[in-house]
Design a protein around this ligand. Structure first.
Ligand SMILES: *[C@@H]1O[C@H](CO)[C@@H](O)[C@H](O)[C@H]1NC(C)=O
Ligand SMILES: *[C@@H]1O[C@H](CO)[C@@H](O)[C@H](O)[C@H]1NC(C)=O
Ligand SMILES: *[C@@H]1O[C@H](CO)[C@@H](O)[C@H](O)[C@H]1NC(C)=O
Ligand SMILES: *[C@@H]1O[C@H](CO)[C@@H](O)[C@H](O)[C@H]1NC(C)=O
Length: 503
């Protein structure tokens, strides 16, 4: 490539020579010329020998005074093109004279001189435009044409899009990362410069790498009310039937206010014991946790200590309350805050048993054996089991009278109970009582008793809705099972409660 400045100078010198020929009416140019017509110029600019450009412009001006100089209506243009396009860059100067010449530059490198292309990429046109055939992203640059000798320029920014780009709110973020805030609204668009028959395919993997579906309309994904679940990698692929279809990926991070929970809403303890309260949370950016009781933030002391731990998909702060007394009972708040917001969870400390947790079950024919675990420092004195067929309005109840410890060190009790049920989908829940009071009911455990040949009248098991209602309003005697049987719904319930000891 010829350096811009050098070539400009070359061109200007040839121009100058041409002009001199005209003005001197064919006189040969030699050293003596300076002494005659050009004496004034020489005098005026004699000291400025380095700046031949300025001198030349002056010479031209002398001879083109009556003509207005060339200029451009617009000096900065933008041209957007797709890969593969043929692009014409214009140099549409007003007052362009025969004495003017055009030089084209690409980012200050000369690419065409008058009608002569210097770069192989360009073709020159008679009207001073240049043609770039089959453009690619590498052709994206700042181009300008310069009219000599006045050196007026017109810039053209040429942008050739990638074959495929992903735009977020109309900004190109292909193969980059972006952070959204919870609740924001954003638009991801996959744009291609391909024949129309390419099919846009979006795919999404969440932060754990799990693929999930993502809705798009004509290549546009609208993310309304952005949430943690929207974080992950979005890939767009333009299936053009080729072996290597164009594709791009963007990584989206989402900042969200803390999500706070606990796996033990009710904590059982006893006088003099140590109670542990768990606060599980996720937050981005990182959250800070506090425990609050009776409106006061708990400070570290002989009474309270805090333990932070990192788990698979959440962090945990554990509050340890020592030497429990009656005044330590009640409601605690765990509050977690970050730059986005704050959230809290309530933990209730009492002497009552904790809410029973379903452990597991076995089904053999129409006999089902269910196991729950309960935590209680105090002796469990009673347990109650409720069960019902889906669609029924009332629960049948079994009173469990005997209770046994499952694990002495952890104060865990196990409740095992066997029922004989007809086929269908059943719900079961338990609550337990210790020397201080009742626990809450466990969550419903839902299970299905599959079709069983031992249950003879299958068709009667399918309760028509009105009979269910009837069952619901029937006064239930203590033996719910017998009242159910009286309704002849084919439900055989063996209230044979087996609370088994497993040490
Ligand atoms: C120059 O010529 C080309 C080809 O004929 C044409 O496409 C282009 O519009 C012309 N430019 C101007 C400024 O007239
Ligand atoms: C799209 O059209 C082009 C040209 O007509 C063809 O070569 C290509 O196979 C088509 N692709 C698909 C996916 O139909
Ligand atoms: C858990 O805490 C660590 C720092 O202790 C932090 O880097 C990480 O982002 C936190 N994780 C969540 C899910 O909040
Ligand atoms: C009680 O459970 C804990 C952990 O769950 C276990 O380490 C301990 O050995 C168990 N104790 C008994 C007596 O089963």
């Amino acid at each position: 490539m010829i350096k811009a400045r050098d070539s400009t100078r070359l061109l200007l010198i040839s121009l100058l020579i041409g002009q001199l020929y005209v003005s001197c009416a064919g006189s040969p140019i030699d050293a003596d010329v300076k002494g005659t017509d050009y004496q004034d110029d020489e005098y005026e600019y004699g000291d400025d020998t380095d700046d031949d450009d300025t001198q030349i412009i002056d010479v031209t001006k002398n001879h083109a005074e009556q003509e207005a100089p060339p200029y451009f209506d617009v000096t900065d243009l933008r041209v957007e093109a797709k890969p593969g396009d043929d692009v014409i860059l214009n140099c549409d100067a007003r007052n362009f004279q025969l004495s003017n010449a055009v030089v084209w530059y690409k980012n200050r490198i000369i690419i065409a001189n008058g009608q002569n292309p210097i770069s192989q990429r360009v073709q020159c046109m008679l009207n001073n435009s240049i043609l770039l055939r089959n453009v690619s992203p590498e052709d994206s640059d700042d181009y300008y044409c310069e009219i000599l000798p006045q050196r007026v320029r017109q810039h053209t920014a040429l942008r050739v899009g990638a074959r495929l780009s992903i735009l977020c709110d109309d900004r190109d973020i292909t193969d980059r990362s972006q952070t959204f805030r919870q609740g924001d609204h954003h638009k991801l668009e996959c744009r291609t410069y391909l024949p129309d028959n390419a099919t846009i395919k979006w795919s999404f993997n969440d932060l754990n790498g799990q693929p999930s579906s993502v809705d798009n309309q004509n290549g546009v994904i609208i993310l309304d009310n952005v949430d943690e679940k929207n974080a992950g990698d979005y890939q767009c692929l333009a299936d053009d039937g080729s072996r290597h279809p164009p594709h791009g990926t963007v990584h989206i991070d989402v900042q969200y206010s803390p999500i706070v929970s606990t796996h033990r809403h009710n904590v059982n303890t006893e006088k003099g014991a140590t109670a542990e309260l768990y606060c599980n949370y996720r937050a981005k950016p990182i959250g800070r946790s506090y425990f609050i009781k009776d409106g006061k933030t708990l400070q570290l002391s002989d009474k309270y200590s805090l333990k932070d731990s990192v788990h698979n998909d959440h962090n945990r702060t554990t509050l340890i309350v020592r030497e429990v007394t009656d005044s330590d009972l009640g409601e605690y708040l765990c509050q977690v805050e970050n730059a986005i917001g704050s959230n809290e969870v309530k933990v209730h400390v009492s002497y009552n048993p904790e809410t029973p947790q379903f452990e597991d079950m076995t089904v053999e024919g129409n006999k089902v054996t269910l196991h729950w675990l309960v935590r209680s420092h105090q002796l469990l004195s009673e347990a109650m089991l409720d069960y019902q067929l889906t669609g029924s309005y009332t629960w049948s109840t079994v009173q469990v009278l005997e209770t046994h410890r499952h694990n002495n060190t952890d104060n865990i009790w196990k409740i095992t109970h066997q029922l004989e049920l007809s086929r269908g989908v059943w719900h079961a829940r338990v609550k337990t009582k210790n020397t201080k009071g009742w626990s809450h009911f466990s969550n419903d455990h839902v299970f299905e008793i599959p079709e069983d040949s031992e249950v003879d009248k299958d068709e009667e098991v399918e309760l028509p809705p009105d009979e269910i209602v009837q069952a619901g309003i029937m006064p239930m005697s203590k033996g719910a099972a017998s009242s159910m049987q009286r309704l002849n719904v084919g439900v055989i319930l063996l209230a044979a409660l087996l609370l088994r000891v497993r040490l």
